[in-house]
Every structure is written in C-alpha cells, then in structure tokens.
Design a protein around this ligand. Structure first.
Ligand code: CDP
Ligand code: MG
Length: 698
C-alpha cells in the first residue's frame, strides 16, 4: 500500500474551516463501544457534544421563530433535539414535534433509536411516517419523524400544519428538492402562524445561505416597501464537534475501476491495520452488491477466513434485520466492512469506523429541460461531500481516509459544493404539489434557489398534456386533483387514473407498486446468466411491465413463499413491499372512487393505461440500427434498452420506457412495446403540436 498511497493531511473540521477550532480528544477507551449496551442510555446522551448546548438550544427556540443549528454528523442533532423539546414541554397539550429527513432509511433508523432512548413503545409516543408506511398513533405520538416529502403531502390536508408546535428540518445541507420546497412553504406558514417554531439543522455551513433566506423581509407582493410583521432574524448556533484527525490518502494515478480499487484498498487495510471498522462509499445497490461479492471472493482467495469478516450493505430499501446488523456492535474478533451509498455521509452515524474508502462518486439525478431527459447518473461528488465522507473516520479516534482519486483531481477539478437538487431535476412532481397547495404563481414562489425557467416550462407542458393542468395552468377537476392526491410521480398517478376508465386497475396497481421500488430481482454478481434464465420464466412479449404481472401472479400462487422467491431470483422482501404498497394504493383509489377491475389479461388495455401516463417517454427504433439504437420521439436523443430489460435485444419498433439511467449511454429501464397510434390517441396535443414531423409509420 505504501507506494500506492500518497498521504496528505486534512482535518475535517466541518463547521467553519477558518475558525480553526480546537479538536476535542475524548478518552479513547470507549472507542469500540457502540451506542448500545455501553453505560446507561442517560450517560450516553450526556456524553454527546450537543448536550452542552441543551439549554442554549431551548432558549433560542423559545425566543426565535427560526433557529439554525450547525453541528457535525454524530453530535446528536437528530436524536437529541426532539427529545429536549419534548422534555421542555413543546409536546404538551396534544401538540406534536416533527423532525424531517430527506431519506426514508434515516427516518426509520433515528425514530427507532429515539424510541429506545426514551424507553417507549415504538409507534406510540415516538413514531415515523414515510411514503406507504405510517408508524404513528393519532393522539398519542408526540415526536414524529418523517420525510420532508411526506410533510409537504400533509399540507394538502392541513395547510398550516396546525398539529405541530416545532418543526425541525434536518439535513438541510443536503438541499434535496423536498427540503427546498418545504423551507419555502414553512416560511409562508410562519406568516400565518407565528406560534410555529422552526429549527433548521445542517452538518455544514450551507446553513448560512438558509439563514439569509429566512432573513429576507416579507413584502406584500406588488406593494413596494410595505412589510408584514417584524423582521424575523434566525438564530444560528454552532455545535462544537469532537472530530479527530483524519489522515487523507490519495491514489497516485486515476483508477479505472473503482469497484476493484475499493476491494483492494479494503484488503490492504485489513492486512496492515489491526483494528477498526471500515466504511466504503459507493454509489448504489448494484455497485454495493457487486463489491461485496468481489470482496468476499478475494478475501477467500487470499486465505482469509470469511468468519473474520462481516461485510454488510447499507442502502435505502434494506430490511429491518439488515439495518440492525449494520448498527449493532461488531462482535469480538470480527472486522466490520460496511459498503454504503452516501446515506452514511451525514444522515446516519456508524460507530467504530476508523477507515473510510471514498470512491469519489454518487448517484445523482440530472435533468436536461431541452431534451426533457432525466436520468440517474453516477457523477463526481463535491469537495464538501468528500470532506464529510472523510469525517466519518474520525469519530472516536484518529482515522484514515483513502480517496480513490488523485490529490490533483481533488484540488483542481472537484467542485466546491454540489448543485441543489431542484436545479437538476424534472419539476413535474414539484409543480403539481405546489399547485395542489394553491400556489399558482410557481415562478414567483419564494425559492431558496430558483429552478430554471426552462425546466419549469417543460413541467407545465407535461402536466398540461397529462390533462392535469388547464389552459390557465390551474389544476383540472377532477383529474388534476386526483393525480395530486396519489403519492406517486404524476405519470404513474395518471396511469392509475386511466386504468380505472380502461378497466384494468387491478393490473395497473400491481405495476405501479413494482415500479415504486428499486428492483424485484436479486442481483448476484457472477450469476447474471442464472438471473436472466429465471427472468425468462416470467417473460412477456409485451415487455417488463407485463413480466412484473407474471412474477406477481406466480408469487401469489406460491403462497407468497420465500423459498419460491429464492429459487427464482426474486427478492422476497421486495415482493412483500409490493404487496404492502399495493394495498395502500388500493385504499387511496377507493377514496378517489376508482373502481378495482381486472382486464383478465387483455394486455392491450394495460399498455394503453401505461401510455396514458408515459406517452412522453416514447421511442422509436432507428431504421437501420444494428446495435438497438432508439430515438426519443420528443427530442430525437439516442437511447438504448437496458440489458436488464426483458426486451433487451428484442428491440420492438416502438417502445415507452419508465426511466433512463446513464452510464456510457442512455439506457431505458423498464420498457414496454406499443403501437404508435396509441400515442396520438392518448395525448394528441402533445404529439401533434410538439413534433410536427412525427409520422405514424410502423
Ligand atoms: O444528527 P447527528 O448526526 O448530529 O447525530 P445523531 O444521529 O443524533 O446521533 C447521535 C448519537 O446517537 C451517535 O453517537 C449515534 O451513533 C447514535 N445513534 C445510534 O446509536 N443509533 C441510531 N440509530 C442513531 C444514532
Ligand atoms: Mg442527523
């Protein structure tokens, strides 16, 4: 490893580099004690850096409408502040304290931790709500964790969020699209509800721009100079962390395959460093599964006993048992290696990590309003993220971070901060939500960072062609309101509505449920052939969506058997989730008066329902294409069917896709073959006015 790495040093002081604060060296005897089972919970709580600030926080929240709290990951913001508020009486009189998170897994994990710390039954005093999962008890729950997306949805029923006394918007530095929207909305709510107190917490100084946002004077639109109420000056509090020094190592030459580089780095750490767990940052589930398999194989080849190692994945969508394993203390004599997405960057704290391996990438959404193409791209992270990742190694003792990129790259090429999600996303969901909340002038909304006007116009166009907005850009009744009511992407919601009319809602609700989760297949590196063969057993000529129906039906016939799943490379947990989501969607449909009806395998109507939502994603096979090249009808961009699709190499002439992923090319995931005449039928103005040269050639 010595000639591979070029050590540099960097101290991951996260609050403000210029401050040059003192590093706190706590006794390292507790270095390997996990949060669990070490000392009383009360003692553990008091040891957290935030504890010293308890009174200050309570004072600031009491005296300010908005308090901004900056503190390093692991200092106790998420788990402690809601408890302090509860102890100080903010949940008395039937009121509720809310704490939002951008990520679902973080919501589940912190809520269960807080319930445990308070010694209460999970789901009663402390609970959580994420999309399709509500673990709270009406009238009983006092501290509620939820995703920021769910909080926006709650505003549809209760526009002023009256049941909450304090809302803590956590992880604000992530600048997720929903965080940005909810901050704008909360600022508005505060004008009507001075009794609502806000806490905005962040792991980085990103907080400064948020403070400035809350400081702007409120003016009545159009009336220059007239102010509404006093100037709300947010309080800012910086919580001193206790990060230890982290030695930063860079590769000398750029690596081509970061999965392999990650594996060999982990093996070197295991060889050369005797203690301490390892956290590897990768981009997503596929990466992580592949790397785990590779590491297990190589470790075995190197003569390492597999019983010495505990290699675990960490990404959204893990089962409860898998999550628990990651957070439980490492058994004596074992080394834990956690392979994570950027969820472990700031949202979750893992104890015992001394080494971090950072691949330098994460999966990010990018949207090009000109071509109307949105895709999930593996893209370089920012310096701010790289610093956060490194910081994970210095929580309990000095640590080391191995960056799988060169120092030159870090210094000269990596951007300082990331772009807020709202500026790189398709805005269809965002626009419909704001419209449903009665915010008609979307361009004039008080944005933390303005989205591009092009993206906004595209979103309005798509919603108009979906029949969700009328000529005045107002929600149509009933379609617009119904689509807004269903907690799915508007295209999926429209597909569900159409299925009611076409008489195939039983089938479509299954498809919508499957499309709402990552994948129903088990991904095993090296077993690609077996997986492909298994898929063929369910293959439908029409494409992936109908194949999902076959899998679902067979799963039910098996008596929902996990054994059956295992044999067929189907992910049992994913299927259970599909059944859960399906039930929830059915309930929502009932409320909206959409009847449940089966089309008895008339796949033409099923495809028509899909097109009713996804007509904008139509593509046509290039006439003389030998490599399966398609052009999007909308913008003539080159796209290809993803190898995981059942239609890969089948290449029907016309298809509609669910989503795009970008690697070397733009790949369509989840594809269905269609008849082009259905497109014009489903969205005449979209196709006829947008693409005048669009011909219905077959
Ligand atoms: O939000 P912040 O990053 O400031 O810290 P936190 O999530 O409140 O974590 C405070 C402490 O609780 C850390 O020592 C975590 O390791 C611990 N914790 C835990 O043991 N299990 C969880 N599920 C969440 C937090
Ligand atoms: Mg936190």
């Amino acid at each position: 490893m010595a000639n591979f790495w070029k050590p540099g040093t960097e101290r991951p002081r996260l609050v403000d580099d210029e401050e040059g604060g003192v590093l706190f060296h706590y006794s390292s005897s507790s270095a390997y004690s996990s949060g669990f089972g070490y000392g009383s919970i009360e003692k553990q709580r008091k040891r957290l850096p935030i504890y010293k600030y308890r009174d200050a926080i309570l004072y600031l929240v009491e005296t300010h409408s908005t308090t901004i709290i900056v503190g390093e990951t692991g200092s106790g913001k998420t788990t402690q502040i809601p408890q302090y508020l509860k102890e100080a009486g903010w949940a008395d009189g039937g009121r509720v304290i809310a704490c939002t998170q951008p990520r679902r897994l973080a919501v589940q994990s912190v809520a269960s931790r807080v319930a445990e710390e308070m010694g209460v039954k999970f789901g009663e005093e402390v609970g959580y709500t994420i999309r399709f999962e509500d673990i709270t008890t009406e009238g009983i729950t006092r501290i509620k964790f939820l995703t920021d997306g769910v909080l926006i949805r709650e505003m549809m029923d209760d526009p002023l969020l009256t049941k909450y006394s304090v809302i803590m918007v956590d992880e604000a530095h992530e600048r997720s699209i929903s965080t940005d929207i909810i901050l704008g909305l909360l600022k508005k709510i505060q004008q009507r509800r001075p009794d609502l107190h806000l806490i905005i917490s962040s792991a980085t100084i990103e907080a400064k721009s948020i403070a400035a946002f809350f400081e702007t004077r409120r003016r009545r639109p159009g009336l220059e100079g007239e102010e509404l109420g006093p100037k709300p000056v947010p309080a800012i509090l910086s919580v001193e962390g206790r990060g230890f020094n982290v030695e930063i190592n860079y590769v000398e030459e750029a690596v081509l395959d970061y999965l392999r580089a990650a594996v060999s780095t982990v093996l070197s750490i295991l060889d050369q460093e005797s203690i301490g767990d390892i956290l590897v940052f990768l981009t997503g589930q596929d990466d992580i599964d592949a790397t785990i398999q590779l590491l297990n194989e190589e470790a075995y080849d190197n003569g390492r006993k597999s019983s010495d190692l505990l290699v675990l994945p960490l990404y959204s969508g893990l089962s409860r048992a898998e999550q628990d394993l990651v957070f439980s203390p490492t058994p004596r004599g074992k080394r834990k290696v956690v392979m994570s997405t950027n969820i472990a960057e700031t949202s979750l704290t893992l104890e015992g990590i001394v080494y971090v391996v950072d691949c330098g990438f994460s999966k990010q959404q990018f949207y090009d309003p000109i071509s109307d193409i949105e895709s999930l791209v593996v893209a370089p992270i920012s310096k701010a993220s790289a610093r956060q990742r490194a910081g994970r190694a210095g929580r309990l003792q000095p640590g080391k971070c191995y960056r799988l990129y060169t120092e030159e790259y870090y210094t000269n090429e990596m951007s300082a901060v990331g772009i807020p999600e709202i500026q790189r996303s398709n805005l269809v969901s965002c626009v419909i939500q704001l419209k449903a909340l009665g915010i008609d002038n979307i361009l004039g909304f008080d944005w933390l960072a303005s989205p591009s006007p092009e993206a906004m116009i595209r979103a309005l166009e798509v919603l108009y062609s979906l029949g969700v907005l009328d000529d005045d850009a107002k929600l149509t009744s009933p379609i617009g309101f119904q689509v807004a009511e269903i907690p799915l992407d508007p295209m999926l919601s429209k597909m569900i509505l159409a299925s009611g009319q076409l008489g195939c809602s039983e089938e479509i609700v299954t498809i919508a449920a499957v499309l709402s989760i990552q994948s129903i297949w088990i991904s095993v590196r090296g077993a690609r052939k077996e997986l492909d063969e298994a898929k063929l057993r369910f293959a439908a000529a029409e494409g992936d969506h109908v194949t999902f129906l076959n899998v679902y039906k067979a799963f039910l016939l098996s008596g929902k058997s996990s054994k059956w799943c295992h044999k067929n490379y189907v992910n049992y947990h994913a299927m259970k989730k599909v059944i859960e989501i399906r039930e929830q969607l059915k309930r929502i449909m009932q409320r909206l008066g959409i009847g449940l009806k089966s089309c008895e395998w008339d796949m033409q109507v099923v495809r028509k329902a899909i097109i009713a939502g996804f007509f904008a994603n139509a593509c046509r096979l290039e006439a003389y294409s030998h490599d399966g090249k398609y052009k999007t009808v909308r913008s003539s961009k080159d796209v290809y069917i993803h190898p995981s699709s059942i239609l890969f190499r089948v290449n029907p002439k016309w298809v509609v896709y669910h989503a795009l992923v970008s690697t070397d090319r733009q790949y369509m995931r989840n594809v269905i073959s269609i008849d082009p005449s259905w497109l014009v039928e489903a969205a005449p103005h979209f196709y006829i006015s947008q693409a005048p040269d669009f011909k219905l050639a077959r």
